[in-house]
Design a protein around this ligand. Structure first.
Ligand SMILES: Cc1cc2nc3c(=O)[nH]c(=O)nc-3n(C[C@H](O)[C@H](O)[C@H](O)COP(=O)(O)OP(=O)(O)OC[C@H]3O[C@@H](n4cnc5c(N)ncnc54)[C@H](O)[C@@H]3O)c2cc1C
Length: 338
């Protein structure tokens, strides 16, 4: 029986995969992709499926679940295979007496996907700690070590890997501090929760607990019993603009290398879509999270078509209110809205 992609994604969406394979070593991952490329078979890689929405028709090609499992600590370096669950990496680093990853506790998904959208949370970005990665290039068919400067990090949630299927990330190395004390806490909400000033320090174990608490309150830690977490986290990306439309002049703004970043959550909320919006819209199977307006959630029984129609509805509302068109932060495969 064909594998249903819905079983591989945190939104529980996506039709059947024509072919399905699991890669447990980097060599196996490269051969699966290389053989598929040679036979002209499209490939879709899946890690934790937590940033991926696939169409109801599924994927007419080979879906490869990345389950490579190597994890090596050497002094202040942590080298991790792409398939290792991200939060296990955070825990392992703290247990090994290494600081740096604590604010990224609880982010779902695999380690190999963290450079793709330069995963970030509570003031830390993957690029802050990345020292090297190994990448297979499907165009040149070469595997080599990359430095962070080659990854195109800079603008919000961007890298050369985002919205491209050219590269396969095989492993990632982080350079951390040998310490049980955190890096300076830059995010004010987290500093408040820890009872310290912004830029203050705290024991890494306390930072992890505080981050997990804050994330849990916003439905940002996976919990199969809580439909608020049947999401891709932030569905819409914070727009980066070179000119802010008059209608959006009251929005908070943040500097970005490519312009000015506006919070999509503020735009959605102020366009009239509050937490939980959508339970009475359409079929009721799709709604904004009751804890966070940036998360579009499957309330049970949703299809990708429902989610796309709902996302288009939110996008239209924001466009009407602010002359700003929201795009997806997640990867859309065989589906689109607007
Ligand atoms: C509840 C929740 C909270 C979240 N919170 C955050 C957050 O705080 N910060 C944040 O930045 N993100 C957050 N996210 C988004 C998501 O967790 C991250 O983007 C994560 O890195 C995705 O990892 P994944 O393994 O699940 O990727 P997948 O969804 O499996 O894949 C995402 C994309 O990467 C590709 N891909 C996967 N593995 C590889 C590989 N080895 N090589 C090349 N391409 C690959 C896939 O083909 C796909 O295009 C959240 C998501 C959820 C559901």
């Amino acid at each position: 029986m064909a594998t249903a992609i819905s079983e591989l994604t945190t939104m529980r969406l996506g039709g059947p995969a024509r072919e399905f394979a699991v890669a447990t070593t980097s060599d196996e991952l490269v051969s699966l992709v290389r053989d598929a490329d040679e036979s002209g078979t499209p490939v879709l890689l899946v890690g934790g499926g937590s940033n991926l929405v696939v169409g109801d028709q599924g994927f007419d090609g080979l879906v490869v679940k990345v389950e490579t499992a190597g994890l090596e600590v050497s002094h202040d370096k942590l080298r991790v295979d792409a398939g290792v669950e991200w939060d296990r990496v955070v825990l392992t680093s703290l247990d090994a007496g290494l600081a740096g990853l604590e604010t990224l506790s609880g982010v779902p998904g695999s380690t190999g996907a963290t450079p793709i959208q330069n995963v970030g949370a509570y003031g830390t970005l993957t690029s802050d700690l990345l020292s090297e990665l190994t990448v297979y290039d499907r165009e040149t068919r070469v595997t080599r070590a990359w430095l962070p400067q080659e990854c195109g990090f800079g603008s919000h949630r961007q890298s050369v890997f985002k919205h491209s299927d050219r590269y396969v990330i095989l492993d990632v190395t982080f350079a951390l501090d040998v310490s049980t004390t955190s890096k300076p806490i830059r995010y004010s909400g987290l500093a408040d929760r820890l009872g310290i000033d912004v830029d203050g320090l705290a024991p890494v174990s306390e930072v992890r607990e505080a981050v997990l608490q804050l994330r849990g309150e916003r439905g940002m830690v996976l919990d199969s019993d809580d439909h608020d977490t049947w999401s891709v986290g932030s569905f819409f990306i914070n727009p980066v603009l070179t000119q802010i439309p008059d209608k959006a002049s009251e929005s908070p703004t943040y500097p970005d290398p490519l312009g000015t970043k506006l919070p999509a959550a503020w735009l959605i909320q102020n366009a009239g879509f509050g937490r939980g919006y959508g339970k009475e819209w359409g079929t009721g199977s799709v709604a904004l999270s009751s804890k966070h307006v940036l998360a579009v959630t499957n309330r049970g029984g949703a299809t990708t078509a429902h989610v796309m129609a709902f996302a288009a509805h939110i996008r239209e509302g924001v466009e009407k209110a602010f002359d700003i068109s929201l795009g997806p932060e997640c990867d859309l495969v065989n589906c689109r809205f607007g």
